[in-house]
Structures are given as structure tokens and as C-alpha cells.
Ligand binder design. Structure first.
Ligand code: NAD
Length: 497
């Protein structure tokens, strides 16, 4: 079969035996460009077995050698990131500059992981008790699974695998079946960087592959990113099987615009954060909460900027590309219909967009809805498309209550010139990542990325020191050397002295 996107095992393509496939499309043309293999349970076990076989040697590989491979990978990725960006655009649809941004944010995690010798240093206490020393080390878990969503086919896996590999684990990555090619490109790059066979593996597939990863005893941890219902399922199933699980879920991100905000800055930010990547970002702003009398001005400023956006093929000079699949495009459009029927005002209507792209492309233009209320499905549901809802409230407290009663808690932002109000917001808001005059507050690699409430199941965020801790187990060692007077027989509990 032409252009089948297979699995990756032992630094080479693995075709598996299932024979099942799913189509992969270019969203800007609507054309099927390949078929992705869908693993059977046997295929999944073969990939997991490979990762398990490679673990002992990689675990025992010195930090110096491991970091050398990471530095090689960093150099190769930086030199060739344009290739990866084009692959992302061809299957996801986001514009190439945005895809490059995604790769750059992933690269930051690789760079963070290059410092792993420092991050893995343990503690040492000399003479904790007489002639007794105590020290701590962190050791890798074993083969670990990463299950990623369609919207960041390179960055989200890179939140996890650089740190997992640097800390001595072996990896099975299960990418989204909607845009699977980036994973193979990254696997090839690892091979070129000198990563030994079996350390980084790719398992293509759907629920069958995921279920095997969640229950196979050889897999020691699961890092999942995707929608909330699946995140919940992954967390429940993986932890029931005794695994360490971090499962990042969906989002409904609010921006609060206070009356004293710079409205031009806020309007620019709403357009960028609402419509960038066609709203298919877990940190996209989908609800702009206008506080007090500024709502009319704000809506006018957002509308003016929105109507100027160029929608089209991501390889052309477009601001925004298509949605990922036709089904998703139609679902998002149906939310606009519902919002209109529920009484929201459609200020800018993306359903009638004229896009610079294929006639069969999955087009939906940026859409601005005003007078949205909390009972409308356009507000209650995660839409994951280029739809920005404006809600009008009278006070800061009402804005805060909207956010804190929302089931999601991934990202949020406040726009204000009042430092006291901003400080109060960062303290009171029940959300994991907060921006102050910054609409998409994605933390740097040396901080951790993660939401609260239904946006994350588990207690570990991605990357930063939380990532290092997630991919390692702590061990504390108490040792006594060269002490002939060991105290003789004493059945009492050890006490320090
Ligand atoms: P999704 O939940 O449909 O898929 C995510 C992964 O789960 C994919 O690899 C998919 O193959 C697998 N999967 C799908 N259905 C499954 C099932 N029934 N059983 C087992 N596995 C299954 O998510 P998506 O549509 O690919 O991505 C968009 C979602 O991801 C949005 O909800 C978005 O908010 C979320 N997301 C969250 C973050 C975050 O950091 N919190 C980041 C990116 C995306």
C-alpha cells in the first residue's frame, strides 16, 4: 500500500501484522495523503517488548553518554526543524510559522533535558548518625508510554520524551492517528543522533493500542494528553493497573478584561489566542469576559482585527489554516449554529469564509460571538475551534466566579493595568497556568505545564522538575562503613545518635 505510516521499533520501520489502517488527510485540500497503521494487541506487545528489552542497557548507560545523544538530537532538530514544521502543517493544517513555533517550544524541553546531570543530583548527609551517611538517588522507571493528541504532534510528545530518555527510561510513543508522521520523523532523528535501538519506539493506533499500554505490566508509567473523558479513562485504567499516570485533559480558557486594561493590547491578544492554530490549542482563549462598560469597545476592536485575517492553506501566507478533519469542522460549525439559536449575537461569522485553499479543505473562519451566557452550549462545552465567545459581567468578582465554577482549569489570563487586581487574580483563580497581560501563558520548559480540575488527572504536571520526578523513582540509602563498633545485638527501632 502506498504511503503507509507504520510503527517504529529498533530504530527502523515495523509494519506489524494487523493490516488495519485509517486514512490521514491534508486538511487544506481534503485529500487522503496516507494510511496510518492501527496496531493490534500483538503489534502493541511487540513494540512494548522491544522497549522493555532495551531498558537495562540504557538505564546503565552513563549520564555523559546519554547527554551526548541529547545534545546531538538538539543540534539535529534545531538545524532541520523546518522539515518537521512542514510535516505538521501537511497533516494538522496549522500554518507553517505556527508549526515552527510548536517545534521551538518542544526544543526548549530537549534543551532542559540536556541539563539532566544537574537535575539528577541527589542529596548527601554525612554523619546523619555517628559514622552513618544518608543519601538519595533517583532511578528510571522502565519502559514508559506517551499518548498524545492531534493538536501538537511534535510539541506534546516532546514535553515528555526528552526527559524520559535523559533519565534512563525507554519510550513507547502512541501519537494521534490524525497526524502520525511527525512521530516517525522524530524517531528517525533520534536514530541519527545515536540513540541505541529500542530506546524510542512509536506505536501507531487507536484505542486497542492505548488499552494495551494502559494494562501491559511492562509499561511503568503513562503520560497522556487529550480530551477530558479519555484522560479520565486513561487515569482510572492506568492507575488501576498499578501505573504512575499523568493525564492532561481538555480546557475552556477564559480571559478577563478589566475596565482599566489597554483595550488594543487585549483585542490583539484575544484574536491571537482565540484564532491561532484555528483555536485547536488547549491554551486557546475561548471565553473573553468583559468587565463593566468596555464590552462594546472591546467587541468592536476584536471584530475589526478578525475580519482582516487571511484564512488559507498553511503553506501559503495565511494567518489561520483549516480544521483538522471534516467531522471536527462540522462539529465546531454546529456550535456556532447552536449559539446563534440560543440568542448569542454572531458578530463575525466564520461559516461563510472564503479560504485560500482547496475546495474540499476543512475550512471554518474565525467566529466572534457576543452576549454569550453561561447556559449556552457554546460556553459550557470545549469547542476546540476558532470560536471566541464574549461574556459580559459587571464586576471582577462575577468574572472570577465564572472561571472558578467552570469544570476546567487549564489556562487563564487577566488584562489590566492594576497590579493589585492582577495579584489578587493570580491568588484567587483556580487554574493551573495564569497570564497577566499574556494570553497564552505556556510555561517555559524549566517550569511545569499543567492545569487544575478536569484539565489534569494525577498530581504531576509536564516537564520542569515535576517531569524529572515523574520519570524517576526516589531511593534513599543509609550506609555505615569502617565502623567496627556496630553496637552488638539490639532489637529496638534504629535511633540516631
Ligand atoms: P483525544 O482525547 O480524542 O485523543 C488523544 C489520544 O487518545 C489520541 O492518541 C487518541 O488516539 C487516543 N484516544 C482517542 N479515543 C480513545 C479511546 N476511546 N480510548 C483510548 N484512547 C483514545 O484528543 P484529541 O482530539 O486528539 O486532542 C484534542 C484534545 O486534547 C482537546 O480536548 C484538548 O484540550 C486536549 N489537549 C489538552 C492539552 C493539555 O495540556 N491539557 C494539550 C493539548 C491538547
Amino acid at each position: 500500500m502506498s504511503n503507509t505510516i507504520f510503527h517504529w521499533v529498533d530504530n527502523g520501520i515495523f509494519e506489524g501484522t494487523s493490516g488495519a489502517t485509517a486514512p490521514v488527510t491534508n486538511p487544506a485540500t481534503g485529500q487522503v495523503t496516507g494510511q496510518v497503521a492501527l496496531a493490534s494487541v500483538e503489534d502493541a506487545r511487540a513494540v512494548i517488548d522491544d522497549a522493555a528489552a532495551a531498558f537495562p542497557e540504557w538505564r546503565d548507560t552513563s549520564l555523559a553518554k546519554r547527554t551526548q545523544v541529547l545534545f546531538n538530537f538538539r543540534e539535529l532538530l534545531n538545524a532541520r526543524k523546518g522539515e518537521l514544521a512542514e510535516i505538521i502543517t501537511s497533516e494538522h493544517g496549522k500554518v507553517v510559522s505556527d508549526a515552527l513555533g510548536e517545534v521551538s517550544r518542544g526544543l526548549e524541553v530537549v534543551e532542559f533535558a540536556c541539563g539532566i546531570p544537574h537535575l539528577l543530583k541527589g542529596g548527601f548527609t554525612e554523619n546523619a548518625s555517628t559514622k552513618v551517611d544518608v543519601y538519595s538517588i533517583r532511578q528510571p522507571l522502565g519502559p514508559v508510554a506517551i499518548i498524545s493528541p492531534f493538536n501538537f504532534p511534535a510539541m506534546v510528545p516532546m514535553w515528555f520524551f526528552p526527559i524520559a530518555i535523559a533519565t534512563g527510561n525507554t519510550v513507547v510513543l502512541k501519537p494521534s492517528e490524525k497526524d502520525p508522521s511527525a512521530s516517525l520523523w522524530l524517531a528517525q532523528l533520534w536514530a541519527e543522533a545515536g540513540l541505541p535501538d529500542g530506546v524510542f519506539n512509536v506505536l501507531q493506533g487507536d484505542k486497542t493500542a492505548v488499552d494495551e499500554l494502559l494494562t501491559n505490566p511492562k509499561i511503568k508509567s503513562v503520560s497522556f494528553v487529550g480530551s477530558t473523558p479519555i484522560a479520565q479513562y486513561v487515569y482510572a485504567t492506568g492507575t488501576a493497573a498499578g501505573k504512575r499516570v499523568q493525564a492532561l485533559g481538555g480546557a475552556k480558557n477564559h480571559a478577563v478584561i478589566l475596565p482599566d486594561a489597554d483595550l488594543d493590547l487585549a483585542a490583539d491578544a484575544m484574536v491571537n489566542a482565540g484564532f491561532g492554530s484555528a483555536g485547536e490549542r488547549c491554551m486557546a482563549i475561548s471565553a473573553a469576559v468583559a468587565v463593566g462598560p468596555i464590552a462594546d469597545d472591546l467587541v468592536a476592536k476584536i471584530a475589526e482585527r478578525t475580519t482582516g485575517l487571511k484564512i488559507g492553506d498553511g503553506t501559503k501566507d495565511s494567518d489561520m489554516g483549516p480544521l483538522v478533519t471534516k467531522a471536527h469542522r462540522d462539529k465546531v460549525a454546529s456550535y456556532i449554529d447552536a449559539g446563534e439559536n440560543d440568542g448569542a449575537k454572531v458578530v463575525v461569522d466564520g461559516r461563510t469564509v472564503q479560504a485560500d485553499g482547496g475546495a474540499e479543505g476543512f475550512w471554518l473562519g474565525p467566529t466572534l460571538l457576543d452576549n454569550v451566557t453561561p447556559d449556552m452550549s457554546v460556553y459550557t462545552d470545549e469547542i476546540f475551534g476558532p470560536v471566541l465567545s464574549v461574556l459580559r459581567v459587571e464586576t471582577y468578582d462575577q468574572a472570577l466566579e465564572l472561571i472558578n465554577t467552570n469544570p476546567y482549569g487549564n489556562g487563564t489570563a487577566i488584562f489590566t493595568n492594576d497590579g493589585g487586581a492582577a495579584r489578587r487574580f493570580q491568588n484567587e483563580v483556580e487554574v493551573g497556568m495564569v497570564g497577566i497581560n499574556v494570553p497564552i501563558p505556556v510555561p517555559m520548559a524549566y517550569y511545569s505545564f499543567g492545569g487544575w480540575k478536569a484539565s489534569l488527572f494525577g498530581d504531576s504536571h509536564a516537564h520542569g522538575t515535576e517531569g524529572v520526578n515523574f520519570f524517576t523513582r526516589a531511593k534513599a540509602i543509609t550506609s555505615r562503613w569502617l565502623d567496627p563498633s556496630h553496637g552488638g545485638i539490639n532489637l529496638g527501632f534504629p535511633q540516631n545518635g
